[in-house]
Design a protein around this ligand. Structure first.
Ligand SMILES: [Zn+2]
Length: 76
């Protein structure tokens, strides 16, 4: 293993953990509102609108293996 930056052979393998947060915004539940309208008229539409703009946050933690150069600190 050779460092691509400085050409040193003093490279060790390290495991680093990383996390990524993704946010999903739920759109307007149009079908839900339509079904609600058919079944319950106005209260149903309000129920359908309740699902609007809901945010779902998901955090994914993953670990990856990187090669770290002891000479210059370069990770690859
Ligand atoms: Zn290096």
């Amino acid at each position: 293993m050779v460092c691509p930056r400085c050409g040193s052979h003093d490279v060790h393998i390290a495991t680093v953990s990383d996390s990524q947060t993704t946010e999903k915004v739920k759109g307007f539940g149009c079908i839900k509102a339509c079904i609600g309208w058919l079944l319950f008229s106005l209260p149903g539409i309000l129920c359908g609108l309740c699902g609007m703009g809901k945010r779902k946050r998901t955090t994914t933690v993953y670990s990856k293996v990187v090669n770290v150069c002891k000479n210059c600190g370069y990770r690859f």
